[in-house]
Design a protein around this ligand. Structure first.
Ligand code: ADP
Ligand code: MG
Length: 480
């Protein structure tokens, strides 16, 4: 038996996010993605003897921005440390990182899981440089290394062990990714490695308060893999626990085909890294003025925006979160809501047809004036225009001709819904004639046939009849 409900899964995540600075953390090499291998590598990136690093102030500003948005306290007196280890993609033989003075501490991020808001505490956010990238070529047996990534600015965002399931981890990373994009500090692109996640996981019998021995699964580069890794690793750990077998504190990797994990190494101790203060970089101070200047530029956090949307426009959880994470949609919704009081319809239009249009080719702005879309909403609410015609006929015209006078266009193209007096009666008669043989069946109880009759009327009226009225009328007519 493998009854997971008698065990609790405990998870802490370490997310590496690449900062969107134009140059690297300690030199002027560009950070653009996709360049030819080893073309963005000065002597400093390659760690040649005699070169000296110099701190990129913009990277510090971005880390502080993220920290403030996550409710962290900002460390004033900072220094960098050398984290020593040997690996071919690490040209200096050490990584410059923060050790005992992470720039941000003790924040949190709130995420909604199963309708409840849960606070995931952050232990720290620190700044460090990235390593190069090794590419193993199984056919030649050689490894190639691209040092373009060496020295890229990263922040590592470390949670407390507050996460309890794969779903919570999934939601946390999704929200974090939205946040870094929203702040403009990271592009959040996991396929390109701008956001990578290490999962720390342990299990313990339900009710136990001490933490179990943790395993760390390294370098997951998709949110789906994070979920898969947690699911399979928690099963493995529960099994070991049940059998009374020892759980080793290991670093493991995820096999992306079988979604099982494999051991990479039994974890180093802190001591193995022989941390010491980086002698080539002076300690740096983050001043009150620096922090306040950044605080002033902070956009409201998506979670805040969401709360405000729900409160002000009475939107559902889903509608609000769709809008809050996307500045373009948010702007349009705000403009639209100034023109109509049907906020629910404004949200539906924005996250429906408008969002769909914007997604094609990632277009940056919706061209139809908010006032015109608000007018469509009103005409629909008044029963004078069908939603289908508004979206399929009027909106495309409006997108291409934003100046259009909506009412003139609808009247000119005969797109208003027909009232009961004209049109439908004739069409109803015709439809019933066409399906005369079905009428006895309907009357005998095959009520589903009503949609056949309504459909025919809609066809005859070229979609302009009001389906609801037609249905009512048909039911009335076929009563006796
Ligand atoms: P290490 O020194 O091994 O890197 P840290 O204390 O820095 O460990 O924690 C790294 C991450 O692991 C953090 O996100 C933390 O919340 C999480 N973590 C620590 N202990 C456990 C545990 N027993 N189970 C699950 N996660 C843990
Ligand atoms: Mg750690």
């Amino acid at each position: 038996m493998n009854d997971a409900s008698t065990y609790e899964v405990v998870i802490g995540l370490e997310v590496h996010a690449q900062l969107l600075t134009r140059s690297k953390l300690f030199c002027g090499d560009p950070t653009a993605f996709g360049a030819e291998p080893n073309t963005q590598v000065s002597a400093i990136s390659l760690g040649h003897p005699g070169t000296l690093p110099r701190l990129n102030r913009e990277a510090v500003a971005m880390a502080v921005k993220l920290g403030l948005a996550c409710n962290c306290s900002i460390t004033r007196e900072n220094y960098f440390a050398r984290k020593n280890y040997f690996y071919p993609d690490l040209p200096k033989g050490y990584q410059i990182s923060q050790h005992t003075t992470p720039i941000c501490r003790n924040g949190w991020l709130e995420v909604d899981v199963n309708g409840e808001t849960k606070r995931i505490r952050l232990n720290r956010i620190h700044i460090e440089e990235d390593a190069g990238k090794s590419m193993h070529d199984p056919t030649s047996g050689f490894s190639n290394i691209d040092y373009n990534r060496a020295g890229m600015p990263l922040v590592e965002i470390v949670t407390e062990p507050d996460i309890r399931s794969a779903d919570e981890a999934f939601t946390y990373v999704t929200e974090l990714r939205k946040l870094v994009r929203h702040l403009g500090v990271c592009d959040g692109n996991m396929e390109q490695g701008s956001l990578r996640c290490d999962v720390n996981i342990s299990v313990r019998p339900m009710g136990e308060t001490a933490l179990g021995t943790k395993v760390e699964i390294k370098n997951l580069n998709s949110i789906r893999f994070i979920k898969k890794a947690i699911e399979s690793e928690s099963r493995r750990l529960v099994d070991l626990h049940r059998k009374g077998e020892p759980i080793l504190q290991q670093t493991r990797g995820l096999d992306e085909n079988s979604f099982t994990t494999y051991a990479i190494r039994t974890k180093e101790d802190e001591d193995d890294y022989r941390y010491f203060p980086e002698p080539d970089l002076p300690p740096f101070t983050v001043t009150e003025e620096f922090i306040e200047a950044i605080r002033k530029q902070l956009p409201p956090a998506p979670a805040e925006v969401k709360k405000e949307l729900s409160a002000r426009y009475a939107l559902s959880e889903y509608d609000a979160s769709q809008l809050a994470g996307d500045p373009v949609l948010m702007n349009y919704f705000t403009a639209l809501s100034a023109e109509t009081t049907n906020y629910k319809a404004a949200a539906n239009w924005t996250i429906g047809p408008i969002k769909n249009w914007l997604q094609v080719d990632d277009r940056g702005e919706f061209p139809a004036p908010a006032a015109s879309v608000a007018l469509l909403i009103r005409l629909i609410d008044e029963g004078r225009l069908s939603y289908g015609i508004a979206v399929q006929k009027v909106l495309p015209h409006l997108i291409n001709n934003p100046e259009t006078d909506v009412q003139e266009y609808i009247a000119g193209n005969d797109l208003y819904l027909q009232g009961l007096s004209d049109g439908p009666d004739k069409h109803i008669e015709e439809a019933l004639k066409k399906y005369a043989d079905k009428i006895p069946e309907y009357k005998k109880g095959k009520k589903g046939l009503i949609s056949l009759f309504v459909g025919e009327v809609m066809k005859l009226s070229k979609g302009k009849a009001d389906a609801k009225l037609v249905t009512e009328k048909l039911i009335e007519k076929l009563k006796n």
